[in-house]
Design a protein around this ligand. Structure first.
Ligand SMILES: Cc1cc2nc3c(=O)[nH]c(=O)nc-3n(C[C@H](O)[C@H](O)[C@H](O)COP(=O)(O)OP(=O)(O)OC[C@H]3O[C@@H](n4cnc5c(N)ncnc54)[C@H](O)[C@@H]3O)c2cc1C
Length: 384
């Protein structure tokens, strides 16, 4: 019997496996897809804080992110340039492979092309039913960590709920020239209630994508035409569609089970980035599991600390991001244009520079909201 079976080798699952194995536990990491994963729908932008905190320096970097051009619906723009790198763009498949290899090198057992079809728990163990290469079998552990991303039926199977809402995310690779820095497009034609992006990856390659509540393909089509008219784009390829959770699950624990990463809603609701928050979730889960193993107790009460700690760290950001989205989604294109005027003309860029943190947005949101013009434009009070 394993100490822990972790289902899903995304950043949250592989990181949890690595941490638990380093603590001396016997861990099995199970992944449904073939590894290395061929293609993952993700832009791979990860803040520097995650690199420092989780020692990710061996991951191959595609680009350094320190300059953003924001473009309004009416074509107004401003550039935000940071004095140092804010984030790094990685090849997401390579990133996942690195994290999985790191867990395996530390001593984790690993199965890929193995789908977990069922998870059953009782007082003594967790049993996972696996389907792999035409055969079915069962494996057992003291605890199970569900790290399957958004939209899996495994949560329901163990009596837990999925995140309450989601947003659609579409992205494609573009080839051409003129991709100098990251561009962020706002407006109801490109991405109602959200934003679209063009991220240069070097070698005349980039990623174009957007998140929005519905009709994401139509909006991407609109954006692609707009970009093709403005830039020298020779090819748009590898179009992918996914959903990203908006909001957290009411409970991420049950007897012998913890849920980490996107499956728990550990995702920034401002930018929809989930890699860093999911890895934070994995860190907290592994610390609480360590205590549980030491006490040989795997009931809900001992796991309660996990639910408390990760919520205390991530929920205020996630909730504020949701509130901001709600308000922003009510803005007409002309109001978004007015917002651009305020930001570029009212000396707000230094304030943004001072308060911008790639992963934690409460400080920046509070400082912007304290500007009377922005407050009036949004006609609301955002509470921390
Ligand atoms: C277009 C787009 C762009 C994005 N850009 C960024 C970005 O730039 N930065 C960022 O931080 N985030 C970004 N995200 C979000 C990010 O991709 C996710 O939040 C992140 O992958 C979540 O990590 P995870 O480990 O929780 O889950 P996942 O990465 O989804 O990993 C879950 C794994 O579990 C496996 N699995 C699922 N079910 C089973 C099963 N039953 N049995 C076995 N295996 C199973 C899956 O195959 C998968 O490999 C983006 C998302 C999209 C859609």
């Amino acid at each position: 019997m394993y100490d822990a079976i972790i289902v899903g080798s995304g950043p949250a699952g592989s990181h949890a496996a690595y941490l638990l194995v380093k603590m001396g536990y016997q861990v099995l990491l199970i992944e449904g897809r073939k590894t290395p994963k061929q293609s993952i729908n993700c832009s791979g932008i990860i803040g520097l804080e995650a690199f420092r905190e989780f020692d990710l320096w061996e991951v191959p970097i595609l680009n350094r992110i320190n300059k953003f051009k924001f473009i309004s619906p009416g074509g107004k723009s401003f550039i935000y340039q940071s004095d140092s790198d804010l984030a790094l763009a990685v090849d997401r498949s390579g990133f996942d492979s690195y994290l999985t290899r790191r867990a395996i090198s530390a001593g984790a057992s690993f199965l890929d092309e193995s789908w977990v079809r069922k998870i059953l728990t009782d007082e003594n163990e967790v049993k996972v039913c696996i389907q792999a290469k035409g055969r079915s079998f069962e494996l057992r552990a003291k605890v199970g960590v569900i790290a399957v991303g958004y939209g899996s039926s495994l949560l329901k199977m163990v009596g837990l709920k999925s995140p309450p809402r989601y947003i659609e995310a579409v992205q494609a690779e573009v080839y051409g020239s003129g991709f100098d820095h990251t561009e962020v497009y706002l407006g109801n034609k490109v991405a109602p209630g959200s934003f679209a992006w063009l991220i240069p990856l070097g070698d005349e390659r980039g990623l174009v994508g957007l998140t929005t509540e519905k009709d994401s393909f139509q909006h991407l089509q609109f954006l692609s035409h707009k970009l093709q008219a403005e830039k020298d784009i020779s090819r748009v390829t590898n179009l992918q569609h996914s959903t990203i959770p908006l909001g957290i699950i009411p409970k991420a624990i049950t007897r012998r089970i913890l849920v980490v990463g996107e499956a728990a809603g550990q995702v920034k609701t401002t930018t929809n980035g989930g890699i860093y928050y999911g890895m934070i979730g994995a860190e907290i889960a592994s610390q609480v599991l360590n205590k549980a193993f030491q006490q040989n107790r795997f009931d809900e009460e001992i796991f309660h600390e996990y639910d408390q700690l990760w919520r205390a760290k991530l929920a205020p950001e996630i909730q504020l991001g949701l509130k901001l989205r709600e308000i922003y989604s009510l803005l007409s294109d002309s109001r978004i244009d007015m917002l651009f005027n305020i930001v570029s003309m009212d000396g707000l860029l230094p304030i943004i520079k001072k308060n911008l943190n790639f992963d934690w947005h409460k400080g920046l949101i509070s400082s912007l909201i304290s500007n009377p013009l922005i407050r009036r434009l949004l006609s609301v009070k955002l509470q921390g």
